[in-house]
Design a protein. Structure first.
Length: 231
């Protein structure tokens, strides 16, 4: 069976889980603590980043991009229940736009928002960092950055059915990986972003999202609306 090494509050891991669920591929999960840097994990992926997908044929894919591109090439011409696989649909221009937005969320949004908020609100405490308390300056800066990213999602969905165009793509799943982690932390004021809220409601109402909504991490409970597809 395929095996995905992940962490429940890792946005990159979540995006790949969504892809696997959309493709209806069977896999088992193995939890890896991002801050542990275990030798056994580094032997499998010297880069130390999540997620890692071990395929049934023993091939090991490390990181979101290799995994998503491999799955897009392998399953891009197939469908599930008559619905096209939502990875990189459309012509070359549309696929380029989807990849641009994957970069936007997995690189830009992660660097400006998700990475620091996860560290300040969960990772540091879970890793047992002595004397750590959330850095107010970091929280203020990331909160301001978050507003810009939420407005951008709203802008895109005001003019498109999905983030990259008329069809759902890996851009939506990459964005949802980050937004779902931030929503778990309770840092999004959804009333301020109605268009982004409508988009996210459509995403988290999909069957592929149910396992994400069931995620819980010790010592940190999500807000009441987190698991409600209709908020």
């Amino acid at each position: 069976m395929n095996r995905l090494t992940h962490f429940p509050l890792c946005p990159h891991s979540r995006s790949v889980r969504l892809v696997l669920n959309e493709l209806q591929l069977t896999y088992e999960l193995s939890v890896e603590l991002p801050w542990a840097w275990r030798k056994a994990f580094l032997a499998m992926n010297p880069g130390g980043n999540l997620p890692v997908l071990e395929l049934e044929n023993h091939m090991v894919l490390c990181g979101t991009y290799p995994i998503s591109e491999y799955l897009a090439e392998k399953y891009g011409e197939t469908s599930r229940n008559g619905v096209p696989v939502p990875l990189l649909p459309g012509d070359i221009e549309e696929r380029s736009e989807a990849r641009r937005l994957v970069d936007w969320f997995h690189i830009k949004c992660h660097a400006e928002v998700t990475r620091d908020l996860l560290y300040e609100k969960h990772y540091a405490r879970a890793a047992g960092v002595q004397g750590h308390s959330p850095d107010s300056e970091v929280l203020i800066a990331t909160t301001q950055n978050l507003k810009q990213h939420m407005r951008y999602i709203g802008f895109l969905t005001d003019y498109r059915r999905w983030l990259a165009g008329d069809e759902m793509s890996f851009a939506d799943l990459a964005a949802a990986g980050h937004i779902s982690c931030l929503d778990y932390l309770g840092v999004i004021d959804w009333d301020r972003y109605p268009s982004a809220r409508d988009w996210y409601m459509r995403i988290k109402s999909r069957r592929s999202f149910q396992a994400i909504l069931d995620d819980r991490v010790p010592g940190l409970a999500p807000p009441p609306h987190y698991a409600d597809p209709d908020f």
